[in-house]
Design a protein around this ligand. Structure first.
Ligand SMILES: Cc1cc2nc3c(=O)[nH]c(=O)nc-3n(C[C@H](O)[C@H](O)[C@H](O)COP(=O)(O)OP(=O)(O)OC[C@H]3O[C@@H](n4cnc5c(N)ncnc54)[C@H](O)[C@@H]3O)c2cc1C
Length: 464
């Protein structure tokens, strides 16, 4: 049996990136994956397939709503759902095969099967036990159910995001429980494809934790696209009968019990770490009360030589956060200085328009009692945005009142998920709003709106 420097458990964005970086740093590396294909949740049933469906359904929306105005006349396309699913599967296949290629290129052994850790330094897969000087747990997460409610998920009528990516047909009516990122993205897909979509959310606002102004704007824009929102509603049960589901919920404002029926109910109330079968308890690996593996500043668990990264530990459940931890953890194991700046991890919602944010929200700065200023610019003042029917939305930059240092940025608008990164780079360098404002931005680009928001933190924007 080979002796490895590192065995990574899980080949999601945390695990596969950790494995590649370990190999690049000269460590003999293997990666164990229980799934048939590499890439984890992200490539198989998460980020990539959902973005494929968002892309396809957005094209339909454009054809139905904007083509005629641009002089593109004719019959709008109809939906061939089977073909759309096979396009999505093809995108998944290209990406997962890409990771297989990278494993081969970097001479990483892919050990197929489900791993457990009988003791530090050993990884068991099937009947074989492999030796490893270091183990990285990157076992990811699985969908969570509705807290305190009686809900049975059958992945047919009551589905998680995994089932929602594979529905046999576009439902007439879909209820989404939870107005977080996954719920709104999948809700958008089905609304664009013609389903009546109702989103039921426990809190009084959508996208919990986001900037309040962005929350309100996004709700308004998605409502215009046909999504119905029932907020402040605690779901107590979901019952299925005759291929339909009934959701019962209590409205918190008046305690009244209500119910709604749908062909499909998507439970999108978050995800929980997946560590089943690893043997954490027997090893004495400490976890939080939410089941996340506890790690120190170098991603080492309470057991020496066993590390953990990604969705299985604390922090935002995002692919890029997992990737950054994968790289940094590999560097620590190789004796280098791996580092993740948790203050600059962007979050993106791939609806139309997109939403992106990084750093503090205004509410957080207020709670901290920090003196700050706001620079805001509407996409209505951006020529390129108007040309592509994307004038709704804005860029909002929050900067320290005295030093002008950027503390946060919140964007709702076209390509927000790409625009946010110039702000991330500026924040990594401790940059000020003036630094952004003095940087020449190509015209006509959406990014000029970021510059204008930065100008609004100083002497004022030009185009508003
Ligand atoms: C619908 C959806 C959309 C999403 N969209 C985005 C997005 O747009 N952007 C974003 O940043 N994030 C998105 N996410 C979240 C993102 O997918 C996760 O944050 C990311 O995949 C976490 O990476 P990870 O490596 O920690 O774990 P995972 O990707 O969950 O991978 C863990 C892997 O470990 C394997 N495994 C577990 N236990 C064992 C074991 N004992 N032995 C062998 N293998 C094991 C699993 O089979 C799995 O393949 C989305 C998630 C969903 C569900």
């Amino acid at each position: 049996m080979a002796q490895y420097d590192v065995i990574v458990i899980g080949a999601g964005p945390g695990g596969y990136v950790a494995a590649i970086r370990c190999a690049q740093l000269g460590l003999k590396t293997a990666c164990v994956e229980g799934r048939e294909t590499l890439g984890g949740t992200c490539l198989n049933v998460g980020c990539i397939p959902s973005k494929a469906l968002l892309h396809a359904s957005h094209q339909l929306h454009e054809a139905e709503h904007n083509f005629a105005a641009m002089g593109l006349k004719g019959k709008a396309p109809t939906v061939d759902w089977k073909q759309m699913l096979s396009y999505k599967d093809d995108v998944i296949g290209q990406n997962t095969k890409g990771i297989e290629f990278l494993f081969k290129k970097n001479k990483i052994d892919w050990i197929k099967g489900w791993a457990s850790i009988p003791e530090a330094g050993k990884v068991k897969v099937g009947d074989e036990t492999h030796d490893a000087k270091n183990i990285i747990i990157a076992s990811g997460s699985v969908p969570a159910s509705v807290p305190g409610a009686d809900v049975e998920i059958d992945e047919k009528v009551v589905v998680t995001s995994t089932g929602a990516l594979e529905l046999p047909k576009v439902p007439k009516k879909m209820i989404v429980i939870g107005a977080g990122v996954i719920g709104l993205e999948m809700g958008s897909v089905y609304a664009r494809l013609g389903a009546e979509v109702e989103v039921i959310e426990y809190l009084d606002a959508i996208t919990p934790g986001m900037d309040a102004e962005v929350q309100r704007s996004l709700q308004k824009l998605l409502s215009k696209q046909g999504l119905k929102f029932t907020l402040g509603a605690a779901v107590s049960k979901v019952e299925t009968k005759g291929g339909k589901a009934t959701v019962t919920y209590k409205l918190r404002k008046d305690d009244s019990e209500q119910s709604a029926e749908a062909d499909v109910v998507l439970v999108a109330t978050g995800r929980k770490p997946y560590t089943d079968g690893l043997g954490l308890d027997a090893l004495g690996i400490a976890t939080t009360d939410r089941g996340q593996i506890k790690t120190d500043g170098h991603w080492q668990t309470s057991v020496k030589g066993i590390y953990a990264i990604g969705d299985a530990i604390t922090g935002p459940m995002l692919a890029h956060k997992a990737e950054d931890e994968g790289m940094a953890c590999a560097e620590v194991i190789a004796g280098k200085h791996g580092h993740v700046n948790y203050g600059v991890i962007p979050g993106v919602i791939y609806t139309w328009p997109e939403v992106a944010s990084v750093g503090a929200t205004e509410q957080e700065l207020k709670n901290e009692g920090r003196a700050y200023k706001v620079g805001k610019f509407s996409f209505m003042g951006n020529g390129r945005a108007k040309a592509v029917f994307a004038g709704e939305g804005f860029v909002k930059i929050l900067a320290d009142k005295e030093t002008d240092r950027i503390l946060g940025c919140h964007i709702i608008g076209p390509s927000a998920g790409d625009l946010i990164h110039e702000v991330c780079v500026a924040m990594e360098y401790g940059g000020s709003a003036e630094d952004l404002a003095l940087t020449c931005h190509a015209h006509p680009t959406f990014s000029e709106a970021v510059r204008e928001a930065a100008l609004a933190c100083g002497d004022g924007p030009i185009h508003s």
